[in-house]
Design a protein around this ligand. Structure first.
Ligand SMILES: Cc1cc2nc3c(=O)[nH]c(=O)nc-3n(C[C@H](O)[C@H](O)[C@H](O)COP(=O)(O)OP(=O)(O)OC[C@H]3O[C@@H](n4cnc5c(N)ncnc54)[C@H](O)[C@@H]3O)c2cc1C
Length: 384
Protein backbone atom coordinates (compact mmCIF):
# COMPACT_ATOMS: atom_id res chain seq x y z
CA UNK A 1 0.00 0.00 0.00
CA UNK A 2 2.59 2.46 -1.11
CA UNK A 3 0.26 4.37 -3.37
CA UNK A 4 0.42 8.14 -3.47
CA UNK A 5 -2.44 9.69 -1.52
CA UNK A 6 -5.30 10.74 -3.76
CA UNK A 7 -5.75 14.41 -4.30
CA UNK A 8 -9.38 13.88 -5.28
CA UNK A 9 -11.36 15.49 -2.52
CA UNK A 10 -14.93 15.71 -1.34
CA UNK A 11 -16.46 16.50 1.99
CA UNK A 12 -14.46 17.20 5.12
CA UNK A 13 -14.37 16.10 8.72
CA UNK A 14 -16.18 19.24 9.76
CA UNK A 15 -19.13 18.38 7.50
CA UNK A 16 -19.57 14.67 8.04
CA UNK A 17 -22.43 13.15 6.05
CA UNK A 18 -24.97 11.62 8.40
CA UNK A 19 -27.12 9.45 6.14
CA UNK A 20 -25.40 7.47 3.40
CA UNK A 21 -27.43 5.37 0.97
CA UNK A 22 -25.64 2.82 -1.18
CA UNK A 23 -27.50 1.64 -4.29
CA UNK A 24 -26.69 -2.01 -5.09
CA UNK A 25 -26.14 -5.07 -2.92
CA UNK A 26 -23.31 -6.58 -4.96
CA UNK A 27 -19.77 -7.00 -3.66
CA UNK A 28 -18.85 -3.38 -4.45
CA UNK A 29 -21.84 -1.85 -2.66
CA UNK A 30 -21.48 -4.18 0.31
CA UNK A 31 -17.74 -3.61 0.79
CA UNK A 32 -18.32 0.15 0.52
CA UNK A 33 -21.03 -0.10 3.19
CA UNK A 34 -18.75 -2.15 5.45
CA UNK A 35 -15.83 0.29 5.33
CA UNK A 36 -18.03 3.39 5.55
CA UNK A 37 -19.84 2.05 8.61
CA UNK A 38 -16.72 0.71 10.31
CA UNK A 39 -14.79 3.95 9.73
CA UNK A 40 -17.70 6.27 10.47
CA UNK A 41 -18.93 4.11 13.39
CA UNK A 42 -21.61 5.99 15.30
CA UNK A 43 -21.19 9.20 13.28
CA UNK A 44 -23.00 7.99 10.14
CA UNK A 45 -25.92 5.74 9.25
CA UNK A 46 -25.44 3.52 6.22
CA UNK A 47 -28.22 1.87 4.21
CA UNK A 48 -27.81 -0.58 1.31
CA UNK A 49 -30.67 -0.72 -1.24
CA UNK A 50 -30.96 -3.89 -3.32
CA UNK A 51 -33.76 -4.73 -5.74
CA UNK A 52 -33.45 -8.51 -5.58
CA UNK A 53 -31.18 -10.33 -3.11
CA UNK A 54 -27.67 -9.68 -1.83
CA UNK A 55 -25.04 -10.90 -4.33
CA UNK A 56 -27.72 -12.18 -6.70
CA UNK A 57 -25.79 -11.14 -9.82
CA UNK A 58 -22.07 -11.35 -10.78
CA UNK A 59 -21.06 -11.00 -7.14
CA UNK A 60 -22.70 -14.33 -6.37
CA UNK A 61 -21.84 -16.12 -9.62
CA UNK A 62 -18.17 -15.19 -10.06
CA UNK A 63 -15.20 -17.46 -9.61
CA UNK A 64 -13.84 -15.63 -6.59
CA UNK A 65 -10.21 -15.87 -7.70
CA UNK A 66 -7.78 -13.31 -6.19
CA UNK A 67 -4.30 -12.39 -7.41
CA UNK A 68 -1.72 -10.08 -5.87
CA UNK A 69 0.21 -9.06 -8.96
CA UNK A 70 -1.72 -10.07 -12.08
CA UNK A 71 -2.77 -6.44 -12.67
CA UNK A 72 0.81 -5.15 -12.35
CA UNK A 73 1.75 -2.86 -15.22
CA UNK A 74 -1.84 -1.61 -15.53
CA UNK A 75 -3.60 1.36 -13.86
CA UNK A 76 -5.34 -1.15 -11.56
CA UNK A 77 -2.10 -2.52 -10.04
CA UNK A 78 -2.19 -0.61 -6.73
CA UNK A 79 -5.91 -1.19 -6.25
CA UNK A 80 -5.41 -4.93 -6.79
CA UNK A 81 -2.39 -5.20 -4.49
CA UNK A 82 -4.13 -3.25 -1.70
CA UNK A 83 -7.26 -5.37 -2.14
CA UNK A 84 -5.38 -8.66 -2.08
CA UNK A 85 -3.88 -7.70 1.29
CA UNK A 86 -7.24 -6.48 2.60
CA UNK A 87 -8.81 -9.82 1.63
CA UNK A 88 -6.16 -11.52 3.73
CA UNK A 89 -6.85 -9.34 6.78
CA UNK A 90 -10.63 -9.51 6.31
CA UNK A 91 -10.42 -13.30 6.28
CA UNK A 92 -8.69 -13.20 9.68
CA UNK A 93 -11.53 -11.05 11.00
CA UNK A 94 -14.58 -12.52 9.29
CA UNK A 95 -13.87 -15.95 7.83
CA UNK A 96 -13.90 -18.18 10.85
CA UNK A 97 -15.08 -20.89 10.95
CA UNK A 98 -14.86 -21.09 7.16
CA UNK A 99 -17.66 -18.58 6.59
CA UNK A 100 -16.70 -17.92 2.99
CA UNK A 101 -13.85 -20.27 2.20
CA UNK A 102 -10.92 -17.87 1.84
CA UNK A 103 -7.80 -19.89 1.05
CA UNK A 104 -4.47 -19.37 -0.68
CA UNK A 105 -4.07 -21.72 -3.66
CA UNK A 106 -1.88 -22.43 -6.67
CA UNK A 107 -2.77 -21.55 -10.24
CA UNK A 108 -1.81 -23.51 -13.34
CA UNK A 109 -1.93 -22.58 -17.00
CA UNK A 110 -2.97 -25.65 -18.94
CA UNK A 111 -3.42 -26.31 -22.66
CA UNK A 112 -6.17 -28.91 -22.98
CA UNK A 113 -7.25 -31.05 -25.91
CA UNK A 114 -10.82 -32.36 -26.35
CA UNK A 115 -9.41 -35.89 -26.75
CA UNK A 116 -8.93 -37.75 -23.49
CA UNK A 117 -5.61 -39.33 -24.39
CA UNK A 118 -3.24 -39.36 -21.43
CA UNK A 119 -0.06 -40.24 -23.31
CA UNK A 120 1.70 -36.90 -22.73
CA UNK A 121 0.47 -36.46 -19.18
CA UNK A 122 2.88 -34.69 -16.84
CA UNK A 123 3.52 -36.53 -13.59
CA UNK A 124 3.81 -33.17 -11.82
CA UNK A 125 0.12 -32.43 -12.36
CA UNK A 126 -2.46 -32.97 -9.61
CA UNK A 127 -3.83 -36.51 -9.94
CA UNK A 128 -7.44 -35.44 -10.62
CA UNK A 129 -6.52 -33.74 -13.92
CA UNK A 130 -6.80 -35.88 -17.08
CA UNK A 131 -6.41 -34.99 -20.75
CA UNK A 132 -3.73 -34.78 -23.38
CA UNK A 133 -1.07 -32.10 -23.94
CA UNK A 134 -1.14 -31.36 -20.25
CA UNK A 135 2.62 -31.74 -20.04
CA UNK A 136 2.87 -28.12 -21.19
CA UNK A 137 1.32 -26.89 -17.96
CA UNK A 138 2.91 -23.91 -16.17
CA UNK A 139 2.58 -22.68 -12.60
CA UNK A 140 1.33 -19.10 -12.81
CA UNK A 141 0.33 -18.49 -9.19
CA UNK A 142 1.47 -19.77 -5.80
CA UNK A 143 -0.26 -19.64 -2.40
CA UNK A 144 1.76 -16.46 -1.69
CA UNK A 145 0.30 -14.63 -4.69
CA UNK A 146 -3.06 -16.26 -5.46
CA UNK A 147 -6.09 -17.07 -3.31
CA UNK A 148 -9.85 -17.51 -3.52
CA UNK A 149 -13.12 -16.78 -1.78
CA UNK A 150 -16.64 -18.05 -2.37
CA UNK A 151 -17.94 -14.73 -3.75
CA UNK A 152 -21.56 -15.00 -2.66
CA UNK A 153 -20.63 -16.17 0.84
CA UNK A 154 -17.95 -13.47 1.05
CA UNK A 155 -20.40 -10.70 0.09
CA UNK A 156 -23.09 -11.94 2.47
CA UNK A 157 -20.62 -12.43 5.34
CA UNK A 158 -19.24 -8.90 4.94
CA UNK A 159 -22.78 -7.52 4.96
CA UNK A 160 -23.77 -9.61 8.00
CA UNK A 161 -20.79 -8.22 9.87
CA UNK A 162 -21.62 -4.67 8.74
CA UNK A 163 -25.20 -5.03 9.99
CA UNK A 164 -24.33 -6.81 13.24
CA UNK A 165 -21.23 -4.79 14.20
CA UNK A 166 -21.90 -1.37 12.69
CA UNK A 167 -25.68 -1.12 12.26
CA UNK A 168 -25.81 -1.05 8.46
CA UNK A 169 -29.42 -1.36 7.28
CA UNK A 170 -30.64 -3.19 4.19
CA UNK A 171 -33.70 -2.05 2.25
CA UNK A 172 -35.12 -4.19 -0.55
CA UNK A 173 -36.51 -2.12 -3.39
CA UNK A 174 -35.67 -0.95 -6.90
CA UNK A 175 -33.84 2.34 -7.19
CA UNK A 176 -35.62 4.47 -9.77
CA UNK A 177 -33.86 7.77 -9.44
CA UNK A 178 -31.17 9.58 -7.47
CA UNK A 179 -31.59 13.25 -6.68
CA UNK A 180 -28.64 15.03 -8.26
CA UNK A 181 -28.23 17.17 -5.17
CA UNK A 182 -27.68 13.98 -3.17
CA UNK A 183 -30.76 14.58 -1.08
CA UNK A 184 -32.39 11.24 -1.59
CA UNK A 185 -33.00 8.02 -3.46
CA UNK A 186 -36.44 7.38 -4.97
CA UNK A 187 -37.59 3.77 -5.22
CA UNK A 188 -39.97 2.48 -7.89
CA UNK A 189 -42.63 1.71 -5.26
CA UNK A 190 -42.70 5.40 -4.28
CA UNK A 191 -40.60 5.24 -1.13
CA UNK A 192 -37.93 7.94 -0.76
CA UNK A 193 -34.78 7.23 1.25
CA UNK A 194 -33.37 10.55 2.49
CA UNK A 195 -29.61 10.80 2.05
CA UNK A 196 -26.79 13.28 2.57
CA UNK A 197 -24.56 11.09 0.40
CA UNK A 198 -25.50 8.54 -2.28
CA UNK A 199 -23.18 5.86 -3.69
CA UNK A 200 -24.21 4.18 -6.96
CA UNK A 201 -22.86 0.63 -7.20
CA UNK A 202 -25.34 -1.04 -9.53
CA UNK A 203 -22.80 -3.02 -11.58
CA UNK A 204 -23.90 -3.32 -15.24
CA UNK A 205 -27.18 -1.58 -14.33
CA UNK A 206 -25.41 1.60 -13.17
CA UNK A 207 -26.01 3.58 -16.34
CA UNK A 208 -29.76 2.88 -16.17
CA UNK A 209 -29.73 5.90 -13.84
CA UNK A 210 -29.63 9.17 -15.73
CA UNK A 211 -27.03 10.72 -13.47
CA UNK A 212 -24.61 8.02 -14.73
CA UNK A 213 -25.75 7.77 -18.37
CA UNK A 214 -25.30 11.55 -18.73
CA UNK A 215 -21.59 10.95 -18.05
CA UNK A 216 -20.61 7.45 -19.21
CA UNK A 217 -21.95 4.06 -20.22
CA UNK A 218 -21.55 0.76 -18.37
CA UNK A 219 -21.97 -2.26 -20.61
CA UNK A 220 -22.38 -5.90 -19.66
CA UNK A 221 -20.28 -8.82 -20.83
CA UNK A 222 -22.26 -12.02 -20.37
CA UNK A 223 -20.41 -15.06 -19.00
CA UNK A 224 -21.68 -18.55 -18.18
CA UNK A 225 -20.63 -20.81 -15.36
CA UNK A 226 -21.46 -24.17 -13.82
CA UNK A 227 -20.86 -25.51 -10.31
CA UNK A 228 -20.29 -29.25 -9.88
CA UNK A 229 -19.97 -31.50 -6.86
CA UNK A 230 -17.67 -34.46 -7.62
CA UNK A 231 -18.37 -37.70 -5.75
CA UNK A 232 -14.96 -37.65 -3.98
CA UNK A 233 -14.24 -33.94 -3.28
CA UNK A 234 -11.17 -34.88 -1.21
CA UNK A 235 -9.20 -35.87 -4.33
CA UNK A 236 -9.59 -32.39 -5.85
CA UNK A 237 -6.56 -30.35 -4.77
CA UNK A 238 -6.56 -26.53 -4.37
CA UNK A 239 -5.33 -25.68 -7.88
CA UNK A 240 -7.06 -23.03 -10.01
CA UNK A 241 -6.77 -23.97 -13.69
CA UNK A 242 -6.51 -21.45 -16.53
CA UNK A 243 -7.13 -23.52 -19.64
CA UNK A 244 -6.67 -22.94 -23.32
CA UNK A 245 -9.11 -25.21 -25.08
CA UNK A 246 -9.96 -25.69 -28.75
CA UNK A 247 -13.30 -27.54 -28.92
CA UNK A 248 -12.89 -28.29 -32.65
CA UNK A 249 -9.67 -28.56 -34.70
CA UNK A 250 -8.92 -25.16 -36.29
CA UNK A 251 -11.74 -23.57 -34.25
CA UNK A 252 -11.59 -20.66 -31.83
CA UNK A 253 -9.35 -21.20 -28.80
CA UNK A 254 -11.27 -20.63 -25.57
CA UNK A 255 -9.86 -19.79 -22.13
CA UNK A 256 -12.15 -21.36 -19.52
CA UNK A 257 -11.25 -21.34 -15.83
CA UNK A 258 -11.72 -24.03 -13.17
CA UNK A 259 -11.81 -23.26 -9.44
CA UNK A 260 -12.08 -26.08 -6.88
CA UNK A 261 -13.63 -24.71 -3.68
CA UNK A 262 -13.12 -25.73 -0.06
CA UNK A 263 -16.87 -26.51 0.03
CA UNK A 264 -16.11 -29.58 -2.12
CA UNK A 265 -17.62 -27.92 -5.19
CA UNK A 266 -15.83 -27.09 -8.44
CA UNK A 267 -16.70 -23.89 -10.34
CA UNK A 268 -16.09 -23.63 -14.10
CA UNK A 269 -16.63 -20.50 -16.20
CA UNK A 270 -16.28 -19.86 -19.91
CA UNK A 271 -16.01 -17.22 -22.61
CA UNK A 272 -17.76 -13.84 -22.52
CA UNK A 273 -19.98 -12.10 -25.09
CA UNK A 274 -21.49 -8.60 -25.40
CA UNK A 275 -25.14 -8.63 -24.29
CA UNK A 276 -27.65 -6.38 -22.56
CA UNK A 277 -28.62 -7.45 -19.03
CA UNK A 278 -32.38 -7.85 -18.47
CA UNK A 279 -33.94 -5.29 -16.11
CA UNK A 280 -34.25 -7.87 -13.35
CA UNK A 281 -31.08 -9.81 -12.42
CA UNK A 282 -33.31 -12.79 -11.56
CA UNK A 283 -34.25 -13.06 -15.26
CA UNK A 284 -30.66 -13.72 -16.43
CA UNK A 285 -30.70 -17.12 -18.11
CA UNK A 286 -27.85 -19.24 -19.42
CA UNK A 287 -27.76 -20.43 -23.05
CA UNK A 288 -28.01 -24.25 -23.26
CA UNK A 289 -25.09 -24.49 -25.76
CA UNK A 290 -22.77 -22.49 -23.49
CA UNK A 291 -23.70 -24.61 -20.49
CA UNK A 292 -23.21 -27.83 -22.52
CA UNK A 293 -19.76 -26.60 -23.59
CA UNK A 294 -18.78 -26.03 -19.94
CA UNK A 295 -19.87 -29.58 -19.05
CA UNK A 296 -17.79 -30.85 -21.99
CA UNK A 297 -14.75 -28.92 -20.75
CA UNK A 298 -15.27 -30.16 -17.18
CA UNK A 299 -15.41 -33.78 -18.32
CA UNK A 300 -12.27 -33.31 -20.40
CA UNK A 301 -10.33 -31.76 -17.52
CA UNK A 302 -11.20 -34.53 -15.10
CA UNK A 303 -13.09 -37.80 -15.06
CA UNK A 304 -14.27 -36.72 -11.58
CA UNK A 305 -16.18 -33.87 -13.26
CA UNK A 306 -17.92 -35.80 -16.04
CA UNK A 307 -21.68 -35.14 -16.23
CA UNK A 308 -22.35 -38.83 -15.57
CA UNK A 309 -20.39 -38.71 -12.30
CA UNK A 310 -20.56 -35.23 -10.74
CA UNK A 311 -23.72 -33.64 -9.34
CA UNK A 312 -24.68 -30.36 -11.04
CA UNK A 313 -25.18 -27.70 -8.36
CA UNK A 314 -25.70 -24.68 -10.64
CA UNK A 315 -25.88 -23.72 -14.34
CA UNK A 316 -25.93 -19.93 -14.57
CA UNK A 317 -24.89 -16.72 -16.30
CA UNK A 318 -24.10 -13.18 -15.19
CA UNK A 319 -22.67 -9.88 -16.47
CA UNK A 320 -19.28 -8.23 -15.96
CA UNK A 321 -19.69 -4.45 -15.56
CA UNK A 322 -17.46 -2.58 -18.06
CA UNK A 323 -16.96 1.15 -18.60
CA UNK A 324 -15.94 2.25 -22.11
CA UNK A 325 -12.25 2.39 -21.21
CA UNK A 326 -12.47 -0.92 -19.24
CA UNK A 327 -11.20 0.75 -16.05
CA UNK A 328 -13.13 0.91 -12.75
CA UNK A 329 -15.02 4.15 -12.11
CA UNK A 330 -14.68 5.18 -8.47
CA UNK A 331 -15.27 8.66 -7.09
CA UNK A 332 -17.51 11.68 -6.92
CA UNK A 333 -19.77 12.40 -9.87
CA UNK A 334 -18.81 15.81 -11.24
CA UNK A 335 -21.58 18.37 -10.93
CA UNK A 336 -23.35 16.51 -8.15
CA UNK A 337 -23.39 17.71 -4.56
CA UNK A 338 -22.72 14.42 -2.81
CA UNK A 339 -23.20 11.58 -5.25
CA UNK A 340 -20.50 8.95 -5.80
CA UNK A 341 -20.12 5.95 -8.10
CA UNK A 342 -18.23 2.66 -7.84
CA UNK A 343 -18.57 0.35 -10.83
CA UNK A 344 -16.86 -1.02 -13.95
CA UNK A 345 -14.69 -3.58 -12.16
CA UNK A 346 -14.83 -6.02 -15.14
CA UNK A 347 -13.37 -9.46 -14.30
CA UNK A 348 -11.68 -8.32 -11.07
CA UNK A 349 -14.57 -7.03 -8.96
CA UNK A 350 -14.34 -9.67 -6.24
CA UNK A 351 -10.61 -9.02 -5.89
CA UNK A 352 -10.89 -5.23 -5.99
CA UNK A 353 -13.98 -4.73 -3.83
CA UNK A 354 -12.24 -4.29 -0.45
CA UNK A 355 -9.83 -1.54 -1.53
CA UNK A 356 -12.59 0.11 -3.57
CA UNK A 357 -14.80 0.20 -0.47
CA UNK A 358 -12.02 1.29 1.87
CA UNK A 359 -10.80 4.05 -0.47
CA UNK A 360 -14.29 5.36 -1.15
CA UNK A 361 -15.04 5.39 2.58
CA UNK A 362 -11.94 7.54 3.14
CA UNK A 363 -12.87 9.84 0.28
CA UNK A 364 -16.41 10.36 1.57
CA UNK A 365 -15.59 10.64 5.28
CA UNK A 366 -12.18 12.32 5.20
CA UNK A 367 -12.06 14.04 1.83
CA UNK A 368 -9.17 12.00 0.43
CA UNK A 369 -8.13 8.41 -0.07
CA UNK A 370 -4.77 7.32 1.31
CA UNK A 371 -5.05 3.57 0.79
CA UNK A 372 -5.10 3.88 -3.02
CA UNK A 373 -4.77 6.80 -5.39
CA UNK A 374 -8.25 7.05 -6.89
CA UNK A 375 -7.34 9.66 -9.51
CA UNK A 376 -7.06 7.12 -12.41
CA UNK A 377 -10.60 5.97 -11.63
CA UNK A 378 -12.26 9.38 -11.28
CA UNK A 379 -15.59 9.70 -13.15
CA UNK A 380 -14.38 13.18 -14.12
CA UNK A 381 -12.23 11.54 -16.83
CA UNK A 382 -15.38 11.18 -18.96
CA UNK A 383 -15.78 14.98 -19.08
CA UNK A 384 -12.66 15.27 -21.23
C1 LIG B 1 -18.34 -15.56 -14.83
C2 LIG B 1 -17.65 -14.52 -13.99
C3 LIG B 1 -16.54 -14.87 -13.23
C4 LIG B 1 -15.89 -13.90 -12.46
N1 LIG B 1 -14.81 -14.28 -11.71
C5 LIG B 1 -14.18 -13.36 -10.95
C6 LIG B 1 -13.07 -13.73 -10.17
O1 LIG B 1 -12.69 -14.91 -10.15
N2 LIG B 1 -12.42 -12.77 -9.45
C7 LIG B 1 -12.83 -11.47 -9.47
O2 LIG B 1 -12.20 -10.63 -8.81
N3 LIG B 1 -13.92 -11.08 -10.18
C8 LIG B 1 -14.58 -12.00 -10.93
N4 LIG B 1 -15.65 -11.62 -11.68
C9 LIG B 1 -16.05 -10.20 -11.71
C10 LIG B 1 -16.98 -9.82 -10.55
O3 LIG B 1 -17.97 -10.80 -10.39
C11 LIG B 1 -17.64 -8.46 -10.81
O4 LIG B 1 -16.68 -7.50 -11.18
C12 LIG B 1 -18.33 -7.97 -9.53
O5 LIG B 1 -19.17 -8.97 -9.01
C13 LIG B 1 -19.15 -6.70 -9.81
O6 LIG B 1 -19.79 -6.38 -8.61
P1 LIG B 1 -20.83 -5.18 -8.53
O7 LIG B 1 -21.23 -5.06 -7.12
O8 LIG B 1 -20.26 -3.99 -9.23
O9 LIG B 1 -22.05 -5.63 -9.47
P2 LIG B 1 -23.18 -6.75 -9.30
O10 LIG B 1 -22.67 -7.97 -8.64
O11 LIG B 1 -23.79 -6.88 -10.66
O12 LIG B 1 -24.21 -6.07 -8.29
C14 LIG B 1 -25.08 -5.05 -8.68
C15 LIG B 1 -26.30 -5.16 -7.77
O13 LIG B 1 -27.18 -4.06 -8.05
C16 LIG B 1 -28.50 -4.56 -7.98
N5 LIG B 1 -29.37 -3.67 -8.74
C17 LIG B 1 -29.40 -3.47 -10.09
N6 LIG B 1 -30.29 -2.52 -10.40
C18 LIG B 1 -30.84 -2.10 -9.24
C19 LIG B 1 -31.79 -1.09 -8.90
N7 LIG B 1 -32.37 -0.32 -9.83
N8 LIG B 1 -32.11 -0.91 -7.59
C20 LIG B 1 -31.52 -1.65 -6.60
N9 LIG B 1 -30.60 -2.61 -6.88
C21 LIG B 1 -30.26 -2.83 -8.17
C22 LIG B 1 -28.43 -5.94 -8.58
O14 LIG B 1 -29.54 -6.73 -8.18
C23 LIG B 1 -27.10 -6.44 -8.02
O15 LIG B 1 -27.27 -7.13 -6.80
C24 LIG B 1 -16.35 -12.57 -12.45
C25 LIG B 1 -17.49 -12.22 -13.19
C26 LIG B 1 -18.12 -13.18 -13.95
C27 LIG B 1 -19.34 -12.78 -14.74
Amino acid sequence: MDAEPSTTTAGSNSQLPRRIVICGGGVIGVCTAYFLASKGSDRVSVTVVERSSIACAASGKAGGFLALDWCDGTPVADLARASFLLHRSLSDLLDGPRAYGYRPLSALSLPLSPSDSTESRSLALPSWIDGSAVSQSRTIGTPETTAQVHPQLFTRTVLSSATAEYGVEVVFGEVQNVEVEGTGVRLRDGRILPADVVVIALGPWSSRLQIISDLFHVSGLKAHSIVLRPPEPAVISPHALFLSYQPTPGGKILDPEVYPRPTGEVYICGPTEEATPPDNPEDIAGEPESIALLHQIAGTVSSHLKASVAETVAEQACFLPCADDKLPVIGKIPGSKNCYVATGHTCWGILNAPATGAALAELILEGRSTIVNLDPFSPARFLR
